[in-house]
Design a protein around this ligand. Sequence first.
Ligand SMILES: [Zn+2]
Length: 64
Amino acid sequence: MKLKKKIYPHCDFGGICKNKAYAEVFPSMLGGKHKKRGWSYLCRKHYYQEEKKYKWKLPAYIIK
Ligand SMILES: [Zn+2]
């Protein structure tokens, strides 16, 4: 029996980062110009960078 491989989402920050995702963020919930962005995955480093940019108001789900 073959075990199913666990798929880890990866950070999709600007296509320049290959780190494992740390959080799923929902910029579309902020409305306005972010509306069409939907959701995306960010690694720990980019997650904190983005949260700072949005003054910690960016809705996110931390992947455990
Ligand atoms: Zn990243």
